[in-house]
Design a protein around this ligand. Structure first.
Ligand code: ADP
Length: 226
């Protein structure tokens, strides 16, 4: 069976990370988040972390070469043999070109999951988002109550630097300008795309169930064709 690549696509705060984690668990595919990888580097304080720390805090995108190299290396690892889930990548048309080449060479079956959420909902969500600096768990103060410590490891949860309202607005502008055009690229590449209501009733679990059903069906069809 050919390798499968799910691309979680959508604006910042549309729920890509949450859906990617749920899908990773149920489909047993590794969750590859460029945002998480970059934040981990910043936490570790390694060379890459020093290079990208200010860019992340400002809400701008890090240079394409950096994320392209991170992803190219990551999908070579053994746990990606059956496939993988990309979250937050590709985020520019240039990144999309590079990853397309990489996936074409490997004969990977690609499925784009596009999470659509109104920007007013996103602004509310990100204002309420808190994250554990140790394990990356995400909490919402409106849904989880006034969370102070992480339920998994007891660390004090924080507001991500780039979740401050002025930075959020910049990230949404960047999304419109640099990332949304990637959808057109996917279309031209002939990738199958699912448009999903990322604010559907029932919350993340319900949304995930819907996506899983569609993804399994798609993977089944792809394996029959192979
Ligand atoms: P969100 O999708 O909520 O913006 P992410 O965790 O995916 O959050 O990304 C956080 C930040 O990491 C981005 O604002 C950007 O600075 C950097 N980043 C993540 N992925 C990429 C990418 N593919 N290309 C460039 N920068 C990226």
């Amino acid at each position: 069976m050919s390798q499968v690549c799910l691309i979680l696509f959508g604006a910042p705060g549309s729920g890509k990370g949450t859906q990617a984690k749920l899908l990773s668990k149920s489909l047993r595919l590794p969750h590859i988040s460029t945002g998480d990888m970059l934040r981990e580097s910043v936490e570790r304080g390694d060379d890459l972390g020093h290079e990208v720390q200010a860019i992340l805090a400002s809400g701008s995108l890090v240079p394409d070469e950096i994320v392209n190299a991170l992803v190219a290396e990551r999908i070579e690892r053994r746990d990606s043999a059956r496939g993988f889930i990309l979250d937050g990548y590709p985020r520019t048309v240039n990144q999309a070109r590079i990853v397309r080449q990489l996936l074409d060479e490997r004969g990977v079956t690609v499925l784009v999951v596009h999470l659509k959420v109104d920007y007013n909902v996103i602004l509310d969500r990100l204002a309420a988002r808190r994250q554990c600096p140790v394990c990356g768990a995400v909490y919402g103060v409106t849904t989880n109550g006034p969370v102070m410590v992480c339920g998994l490891d007891g660390a004090r949860v924080v507001v991500r630097d780039d979740d401050r309202p002025d930075v959020v607005r910049k990230r949404l502008q960047n999304y419109d300008r640099q990332t949304a055009p990637v959808l057109e690229f996917f279309q031209q590449a002939g990738y199958c795309r699912l448009d999903v209501d990322g604010d559907a009733p029932g919350g993340p679990e319900k949304i995930s169930e819907g996506i899983q059903a569609l993804v399994r069906r798609h993977m089944q069809l792809a394996s029959q064709r192979a």
